[in-house]
Write a protein that binds this ligand. Structure first.
Ligand SMILES: [Zn+2]
Ligand SMILES: [Zn+2]
Length: 451
């Protein structure tokens, strides 16, 4: 029964003795995984969060995608990205110049964000995955595989090659009217890189990966499936998925650590949104200078024009560039504002057990908030691209404004706020009984599950 969970690289069945338990990361429900065939996924029956997803030939698939993505990344860095020409005076840039030019113009932090999200973090992720997949396809994990697998989850939300593609398209539309723009070879390889990177991240089934690196130790017994895990003194690891009984772990100063991957465990301890609220407050404060100060300063024939986010949107509307005005309006104003409001509202509503909105609707709002946040980086990327492309021109030059740094901070802070928000509170408005006060065996003999 359990063999079908790992159809490709078969793990000896003696290493399992019970069905594997999982705790839903978004609603804290304790569940037993059914045997899955390739192409199937297991969803939480309460909040519909995807627990695991089985792919055909998972290791070979991820390995092939990782290598293809790394090749397209290398090509994107090696060749010219874009070039432009105004009345015979032109400039040609490479991808990395979108960041290096910003350093020269006293915006090292914005440059670092661009470099990290577009090149460095994806490269780290891809090389890590390559290391893991090579080990798995050889039949024996390479050294330090577990350490490397632990970092994958931290890197994934910060990879934004797809957002950079949209940023490039917006930049192109912005300057098409005033200059001849040519797309370099790197532009096309970069588009394939962004697409392949998405496919690569989707090809990774973390549950399968950990099962292969180090099969599940025996699950805790005497547990009540379909009930809250925290109330039973259990915690699901957010990194490898293993269910741990907290009382069986060695107590540490601050956190209990997972007995398989050694990452800190985060059992649900009642509504606690202080970190989210603090990050949101910081984001709201940074959003003021982001709108007051210009995000970009354009000098054209000696005429210097600072443009704020809102000013930029209005000028596009005035020039009739509706599609681009709508993109910038959505990415730079609607998304950050609605995200901050939605998170504030979620922090408030988790303390209200009765609400007209169902729990499923609330968790959907949280998921949308988490998904849309990174798309606000479009405006930062547009500034980076335009600054690199149109610099020190005798006819025209573009420099980043003080608003660019504040706006980057808003995007990063709201993303962190969404990551820190604990959606489990949506399902359990009341704080659970502390595990220490619970009897060891919480299930009645009739409902007892041996898994
Ligand atoms: Zn759930
Ligand atoms: Zn773990």
């Amino acid at each position: 029964m359990t063999e079908s969970l790992v159809p490709q690289q078969t793990i000896p069945s003696s290493r399992f003795s019970r069905r594997r338990l999982r705790v839903c990361a978004e609603c804290d429900l304790l569940l037993a995984l059914p045997p899955l065939k390739t192409g199937e996924k297991a969803e939480c029956p309460r909040c519909q969060h995807t627990l695991v997803r089985r792919h055909t030939n998972p290791a070979e698939r991820s390995l092939a995608l990782t290598m293809a993505t790394l090749i397209t990344l290398a090509l994107s860095v090696a060749f010219p990205f874009l070039s432009f020409n105004i009345s015979g005076i032109g400039n040609r840039i490479e991808l990395t110049e979108t960041a290096s030019t910003l350093i020269g113009l006293h915006q090292p932090l914005v440059a670092l964000c661009v470099l990290l999200t577009v090149i460095i973090l994806p490269a780290v992720y891809l090389l890590s995955l390559l290391w893991l997949c090579v080990g798995i396809t050889r039949g024996k994990p390479l050294p330090k595989s577990q350490h490397i697998a632990r970092t994958l989850g931290y890197v994934t939300p910060w990879m934004m090659a797809d957002v950079f593609v949209i940023g490039t398209l917006v930049s192109l539309i912005k300057i098409m009217g005033i200059a001849d723009v040519e797309l370099g070879l790197s532009f096309w390889t970069f588009c394939s890189y962004a697409l392949l990177l998405l496919l690569t991240t989707q090809s990774v089934d973390r549950d399968w990966l950990w099962l292969y690196l180090d099969s599940d130790p025996k699950a805790p017994t005497n547990v009540q499936l379909g009930e809250s895990a925290s109330a039973q003194g259990l915690a699901g690891c957010h990194t490898c998925g293993l269910v741990n009984r907290l009382s069986e772990l060695a107590p540490s100063k601050k956190h209990h650590r997972c007995r398989r991957c050694d990452e800190p465990l985060h059992p649900y301890k009642g509504v606690n949104n202080q970190a989210t609220l603090a990050l949101l407050a910081a984001a709201v404060i940074m959003y003021l200078p982001a709108n007051i100060y210009p995000i970009m300063i354009t000098t054209s024939l000696g005429d210097t024009q600072p443009s704020t986010i809102l000013g930029g949107v209005l000028s596009f509307f005035q020039h009739g560039d509706w599609p681009i005005a709508v993109i910038i309006l959505t990415a730079s104003i609607l998304v950050p504002v609605s995200k901050m409001l939605a998170l504030l509202w979620l922090c408030y509503i988790v303390r209200q057990p009765t609400s007209t909105l169902s729990q499923l609707s609330r968790i959907r709002i949280y998921r949308i908030t988490e998904f849309i946040g990174r798309w606000s980086m479009v405006d930062v990327f547009v500034v980076a691209i335009l600054v690199a492309l149109i610099r020190n021109g005798s006819l025209m030059s573009v420099e980043p404004g003080a608003g660019a740094l504040s706006f980057t901070a808003v995007v990063v802070l709201t993303m962190l706020a969404a990551i820190m928000f604990d959606p489990r509170g949506i399902w359990q408005p009341a704080a659970p009984t502390p595990p220490a006060l619970m009897p060891n065996n919480v299930s009645s003999p009739k409902e007892h599950h041996h898994v």
